[in-house]
Design a protein around this ligand. Structure first.
Ligand SMILES: Cc1cc2nc3c(=O)[nH]c(=O)nc-3n(C[C@H](O)[C@H](O)[C@H](O)COP(=O)(O)O)c2cc1C
Length: 399
């Protein structure tokens, strides 16, 4: 699919991009330095393909999180999740693991079977059922366990670059990101991405971009990617300017708006007139066309049209946010199970509706956190040996 002209950025670009070099992830040059954030249940091959189509193939697109134990056990669903479209290069897989040996095995499997060109490791998950076992964003508090995992991953990766993605720490009294960044450098990690929130914040409040600037100063040896609260291309330009980071990672802003990726690439790329700087504002008709395309790609990926349309249901509220849809059609869209049904419902709506101004800004998860649940005594000693049971890996849901 080519980018619909009406979805392309308007010709009134307002901002020149910050002066940046290309982002280097090992042998891969990423220009402009824009990365699609890994999002469990979202950034599968169809969604990555859609974002890539809007970016003209520029940028880096990370898979949804894959648990290392499920990968080494060749779990059926996991093998489906690591599928890349033939057009995807470089292929980025995000892994989540708590046991150094299993992480090493998973990375070796990726290398031996040529499953990806880049491995990212997730240390940002704030979900209580994960932190309760010491996993996710709780893990970097145990410096030696983090080091052991990174050593195994990098040691098993051969020429494949290994990057990490993390949060600031557990809470404001237990920040881990500067130590984790230093350990990452010492263990040969290629780049670090920081989501400027603690686990305690979940998705509440605002991301702390100052922390991204501090990390950049702290680990000048490797690229630092900034993440958190980029809702439009202008935000990405501003984050790079204000923090000095080497690239941006964008998640929720792309939910129901894959064309934002094209806008980001244009704004951070040349910044020439007509190449970005303001968010695209498609009419409903154009949005509906992207919705159909997304559902169709999901069906092709899953090998079953109905399953594709059912999987697409969760995206409907994001795509239709702010448009006048009506509760009956909204309900019917959330229950559609064929492409024909989806198309008919979308066509029943006013295609000429302009992009609703209030659809810009935060979308997706925004809930504030509660208390971070940790294993007993977890915070007693950051350097104590820690070995986690592998059920810290089960039922995780991202970062
Ligand atoms: C639905 C959803 C799923 C996510 N899954 C993952 C994941 O699998 N791995 C990960 O590192 N982060 C995950 N995250 C966190 C995002 O990658 C990102 O760090 C976070 O949303 C902040 O960036 P944003 O403000 O651009 O959304 C997820 C976030 C959302 C909303």
């Amino acid at each position: 699919m080519t980018v619909d002209a009406t979805l392309a950025p308007p010709a009134t670009g307002t901002s020149a991009p910050p002066a940046t070099g290309a982002l280097r992830i090992g042998p891969h040059t990423v220009w402009p330095p824009v990365v699609l954030a890994p999002m469990a249940g979202i950034t599968n091959a169809p969604f990555r393909t859609l974002c890539r189509e809007f970016s003209g193939g520029k940028g880096l697109f990370v898979s949804e999180m894959i648990t290392t134990r499920a990968l080494v056990e060749r779990n059926d669903k996991t093998m489906q999740l690591i599928h890349f479209d033939a057009t995807e290069t470089p292929r980025s897989i995000q892994l989540y693991g708590v046991d150094p040996a299993t992480v090493g095995k998973a990375v070796r499997m990726i290398v031996d079977e040529d499953l990806a060109d880049h491995v990212d490791l997730n240390f940002g998950c704030p979900v209580p059922k994960v932190t309760r076992k010491g996993g996710g964003s709780a893990l970097p508090f145990k410096r030696n366990l983090l080091r052991a995992i990174l050593r195994e991953a990098v040691g098993s990766a051969g020429d494949l670059p290994v990057t990490i993605k993390m949060r600031k720490g557990i809470d404001d009294d237990h920040l881990t990101y500067l130590d984790a960044g230093r350990i990452a450098v010492e263990e040969g990690v290629t780049a670090v991405a920081l989501h400027g929130r603690t686990a305690a914040q979940h998705y509440g409040g605002t991301a702390d971009w100052d922390a991204i600037a501090r990390l950049k100063e702290h680990v000048p040896e490797i690229p630092v990617l900034g993440n958190g609260d980029i809702w439009c291309a202008e935000d990405a330009v501003r984050m790079m300017r204000e923090t000095g980071c080497d690239g941006v990672v964008v998640g929720r802003g792309c939910l129901g708006r894959p064309w934002l990726f094209g806008d980001l690439v244009a704004a951070l790329g040349s910044g020439a007139p007509g190449e970005g700087g303001a968010p695209a504002a498609p009419r409903f008709g154009e949005v509906a066309a992207v919705m159909r395309r997304h559902a169709e790609l999901l069906g092709l990926w899953l090998g079953d049209e109905a399953r594709g349309v059912v999987d697409f249901r969760k995206h409907v509220p994001w795509y239709t946010k702010g448009f006048s849809v009506g509760s009956d059609v909204r309900r019917a869209l959330a229950m559609a199970s064929s492409l024909a049904e989806l198309s008919e419902l979308l066509e029943s709506l006013d295609q000429s509706q302009p992009w609703p101004a209030h659809a810009d800004g935060p979308r997706g998860r925004t809930a504030p956190g509660k208390r971070v649940v940790l294993p007993d005594g977890w915070l007693d000693d950051p350097y104590a040996c820690a070995a986690l049971s592998e059920d810290a890996e089960s039922a995780t849901s991202g970062g």
